[in-house]
Design a protein around this ligand. Sequence first.
Ligand code: C2E
Ligand code: MG
Ligand code: MG
Ligand code: MG
Length: 289
Amino acid sequence: KSSDGTQGSVCGYEPSMHDSIIGNTELEKSLALAIDNNELQLFYQPKIDLASGRIMGVEALIRWIKPDGTIIKPDVFVPIAESSHLIGRISEFVLNEGCRQNKLWQKMGFPPIVMSINFASSDFYQNDLKEKVFEALARSGLDPQWLEVELTETLALSDIDFAVDQMNKLRDLGVKLAMDDFGTGYSSLSYLQILPITLLKLDRSFITDIEHDNIAYEIVSAVIRIAKSKKIETIAEGIENNVQESILRMAGCDYAQGFLYGKPMPPEKIQEFFDIDDKHDYSGRNSKR
Ligand code: C2E
Ligand code: MG
Ligand code: MG
Ligand code: MG
């Protein structure tokens, strides 16, 4: 299967690499067709305000849904798209669809929330990035404050000045900027000085260990303190249980995202998170969901 052959073939010049390349080409072709046939869809994962226990945003996570209903996760096809011209088309779809859906929820009368979308590193090296984002906002009628772009930590390594410039242009539009998977790359803390980010997403690997590993806890609370001192908000990724949630709340983390609250889901399901009275609290007590 081509999708299996593509995993873990990032480096090295082994004989198997030839097969991987052929596999990628096939996957690339079917991915291009899938884009044409609207087989790419956005799922949304709720983001919870730890102070109020209410939904404050969603992250758009792309899925490839085959005609037979098979769902393919982004880990399989986003890297392929990134190594070809396809990522630009995917990012444009995600940007426009994310804005459209968020504005739709507002038109339906739900309280406004932040829509986070994931961009690939290469997106930040497109000269017309600001124009693309501006157009998507204008077309949908979404106010920029309800759009957030997530960037991965390794992105800025190749040309940091250009990337910062691009980010500042998005910030000038009024769009929010989040650094994804914080703590997994290099020079994490120094990036906080340089990049004009508004939110820092603590990687799931720290959260997994936080209950049992005192070092993980110390790292996370130090990062939250540093972020706060720079007026950068923090969100913990991959919260799966109540203990993790209360530790993060104690450490001063602003928001949380993880299977405890909900897995990525189709837009109709997100509406259930809005349809709650003020007293309802998602914090670890929503076993019904
Ligand atoms: P990410 O941006 O860090 O997204 C978070 C991933 O963690 C998602 O996987 C989500 O389903 C998963 N996750 C969330 N909470 C939990 C939890 O409590 N436990 C566990 N075990 N996992 C959790 P997903 O949807 O498979 O996406 C994987 C990655 O693919 C994303 O990581 C992102 O880097 C990339 N990706 C997803 N959608 C897009 C997109 O539209 N464009 C681009 N360029 N990349 C995307
Ligand atoms: Mg993300
Ligand atoms: Mg992440
Ligand atoms: Mg990631």
